[in-house]
Design a protein around this ligand. Structure first.
Ligand code: ADP
Ligand code: TRP
Length: 320
């Protein structure tokens, strides 16, 4: 089974990215033939400063390797090192109905948030389809907000195969329900664009102060509380073992346990979990040549796959 996912280098990664996409993708590296890439072509739709894009791309590389990406198991690469996907995206664009793209929530949301609409933003899902189809991926681990894009990919692959013959594998999204949407400080989806996020490798003081700012209700300290209605508990759930979670739920229900205490317990868990990653990241940052060589080797492998698929698509369409 082939598995592929990507992430845009458009800002510092946060807990929502980690639990929604990185961790599930990293767990899947045990289950099949995994590909993971840094979607820097996609990031061009929102990042317009070259130096910022370069830095963010490097940061994502360090973040993934620090969080457990094993380059012996996972083909890890920069999207722009596999330029075949841009050609494939053109070939797919001629089987892409306008209406399909017009219906994409992500495009509509971005435009609603004031991002200037341009062709790249509109055609974003077609390039994403090319990423997925180029390596003939079966499974695409993503957060729920990306599900529609994988559905677009399926539609395009089916349409292409019907029209030109069987070139593409039809992929499935893989979404872990329990972490489909990680809530932010305000209870909305955690997202850097809502500034309600907690960074994975940011300043620790800032992260702690963000945990302390998580919005809770005004139930008095001594009263019993409903853990399932609490954002602190929802985040604690992501880190805790089932026993720790049960113990925390009991403390909520017993009363006499304040949200401040819960936040401190959450902060301890966050630190415990991220400390080894932080350490590994510092080590990797001191070995840029090593990191670069991983990305180059990954690109060579991904490129070989993409070339094969592209040749088949060109042949099917009469471009050979
Ligand atoms: P952001 O919303 O901060 O801009 P992205 O849209 O770049 O994050 O998301 C990158 C990946 O992380 C996607 O696969 C997305 O589904 C996942 N992801 C982002 N935020 C969350 C969240 N709050 N919960 C679950 N998954 C998320
Ligand atoms: N659109 C994805 C996001 O914003 C990133 C991405 C680009 C991707 N190409 C992909 C994810 C292919 C999975 C597969 O998070």
């Amino acid at each position: 089974m082939r598995i592929l996912s990507g992430i845009q280098p458009s800002g510092k990664l946060h807990l929502g990215n980690y639990f929604g996409m990185m961790k599930p993708a990293l767990e899947l590296q045990e289950k099949g033939d995994a590909f993971l890439f840094i979607a820097n072509y996609h990031a061009l739709t929102t990042v317009t400063d070259a130096a910022r894009l370069r830095t963010a791309t490097w940061d994502v590389a360090l973040d993934f390797l620090a969080c457990g990406l094993d380059p012996d198991r996972t083909v890890f690469f920069r999207q722009s090192d596999v330029p075949e996907v841009t050609e494939l995206s053109w070939l797919l664009s001629v089987v892409t109905p306008m209406g399909l793209l017009e219906r994409c929530h992500s495009y509509k949301d971005k435009v609603a948030r004031g991002i200037a609409s341009n062709h790249g933003l509109f055609a974003y899902p077609v390039l994403m389809a090319a990423d997925i189809l180029a390596v003939q991926s079966n499974l695409v681990p993503v957060g729920r907000d990306q599900k529609q894009h994988v559905e677009v990919t399926r539609d395009l692959a089916i349409k292409f195969n019907n029209q030109y013959g069987p070139v593409f594998t039809i992929p499935e999204p893989s979404i872990r329900d329990e972490v489909a949407v990680v809530p932010g400080l305000d209870g909305e989806k955690m997202s850097k664009s809502y500034d309600n996020h907690i960074e994975l490798f940011g300043d620790e003081k800032e992260a702690r102060s963000r945990v302390m700012r998580i919005v809770t209700d005004s139930t008095p300290l001594e009263s019993p509380k409903n853990p399932d209605a609490c954002r602190v508990f929802a985040l604690y759930k992501l880190f805790a073992t089932p026993e720790e979670l049960q113990a925390m739920a009991d403390r909520y229900r017993a009363g006499g346990f304040g949200y401040g205490e819960a936040k401190k317990a959450l902060w301890v868990k966050i630190q415990e979990t991220l400390a080894p990653f932080r350490h590994r990241r510092e080590e990797l940052a001191r070995q840029p040549d090593f990191v670069e060589s991983i990305l180059r080797q990954g690109a060579a492998r991904a490129r070989a796959e993409a070339r094969r698929t592209l040749a088949a698509a060109r042949r099917a369409m009469g471009l050979d």
